[in-house]
Ligand binder design. Structure first.
Ligand code: HEM
Length: 366
């Protein structure tokens, strides 16, 4: 499949039609050298620009260099098409102010007010080692090898300056981000993404997804929340169909809201249990909207005879406080909570898109 344009007013990978696969990575910056970090971000941008076009990460390529130097591309994507690769960068709160309070890169006063660590939520079982991070890259593609190749090459370019803090593979998108995409199903077997915000709803996106703050380096950007949500599929699979549908608030077959006929019929809240997921997450009750862009995962098994499976939930919003935080707070009585556990959490500020060939990730910030 084809190449997605890397430049634009907004970063690709947000309203881009959700690709099939994900490799998400969070990095710790391990240098205090601002100039070295800036140089790396410039090198990352060049490599990302090339890889999203289906080219090698570096100008020489995997096999055309000399015999005695490591190649400037690792090679595993040779011969593969761009596969719709998008690379989306985000900056975590700790990039601005380290955990010990130091302002390593002289950007503490550039931290947007909205970029503060998320509050704790009831039921959270977060594992610090797979949460947070100074930088993130969301790599999405229709071929997992293309996404993994991209993340690996950025990690290679950053050696000595950044270390991989945690990373997550995802298969099977769990949302649609354009109206012409068929709605996929999540690991509970339900259509997921029906009532998501869609790329065509530009006025709604302007209101809920894109930062509107002219003059700020985040103008045209968006905040990304990631949550690794374990889904207790073995418990779920023992529930009757009717109970499953009452938990979600939609039918399992067509995905229609309860009491309605077809998938895209309007939600009639009076026909849904008040504690169903859709009822509590619906804009009428949550008072807001978010753009969801998550993926399913199965990370093997947990040693207790169960799959370590779930949803790597990703959502974009203009302000986390009135986006994810507001919806998640409203979900505290969600019937779905019995079947899910949040094990990782992170928040990143994703700057606006790049203006052209000479622009680079972080040009507005540094
Ligand atoms: C809707 C599943 C977690 C926010 C839905 C739907 C399903 C679903 C099946 C209905 C189809 C649709 O409209 O997309 C799940 C599962 C989750 C999960 C299995 C956990 C593993 C979350 C979280 C949030 C969230 C953590 C946000 C804090 C929403 C929203 C809607 C929705 C906003 C649309 C509601 C509407 O407008 O009607 N989810 N979800 N979900 N979910 Fe989730």
């Amino acid at each position: 499949s084809g190449a997605v344009e890397f430049h634009g007013a907004h970063q690709a990978g947000i309203t881009t039609p959700a690709q099939d696969r994900l490799h998400f990575v969070a990095f710790d910056v391990i240098t205090d050298d601002r100039a070295a970090l800036v140089r790396m971000l410039q090198q990352w941008t060049q490599a990302a620009r090339r890889m999203t076009r289906g080219q090698d990460a570096g100008p020489v390529g995997a096999v055309a260099g000399g015999d005695y130097a490591p190649p400037d591309d690792t090679g595993e994507a040779m011969g593969l098409p761009p596969a719709g690769l998008t690379l989306t960068i985000g900056f975590g709160p700790t990039l601005f102010t380290a955990a010990d309070g130091t302002d390593r890169f002289g950007i503490a006063d550039r931290r947007p007010d909205a970029l503060v660590p998320l509050p704790a939520f009831p039921g959270d079982e977060l594992v610090p080692a797979i949460s947070d991070g100074d930088l993130c890259i969301q790599a999405c593609a229709d071929d997992p090898q293309v996404a993994v190749h991209a993340v690996r090459n950025l990690a290679r370019i950053g050696q000595g300056l950044v270390g991989v803090r945690w990373s997550q593979l995802g298969f099977g998108r769990t949302s649609s981000t354009t109206s012409d995409q068929a709605t996929p199903r999540n690991l509970f077997g339900f259509k997921d993404g029906t009532d998501n915000l869609k790329a065509e709803q530009t006025a709604t996106l302007d209101r809920f997804v894109w930062v509107d703050d002219p003059g700020s380096w985040m103008h045209g950007g968006s905040y990304l929340v990631s949550r690794r949500i374990r889904m207790l599929v073995e418990v779920w699979d023992r529930q009757g169909l009717r109970d499953q549908e009452q938990t979600i608030g939609r039918t399992k077959g067509t995905g229609a809201p309860l009491g309605q006929q077809a998938e895209f019929d309007p939600v009639d809240l009076s026909a849904l249990p008040a504690t169903s997921h859709v009822s509590l997450a619906h804009p009428t009750n949550a008072g807001t909207a978010i753009l969801r862009r998550g993926y399913s995962f199965v990370d093997g098994s947990d040693g207790l005879g169960r799959l370590d499976a779930g949803l790597f939930f990703l959502c974009y919003q203009a302000d986390p406080a009135t986006g994810f935080v507001q919806v998640q707070r409203n979900l505290r009585t969600d019937k779905l909570n019995e079947y899910v556990q949040h094990t990782s959490s992170a928040l990143f500020a994703c700057p606006p898109g790049l203006a052209g060939e000479d622009d680079w990730w972080g040009s507005g910030l540094f």
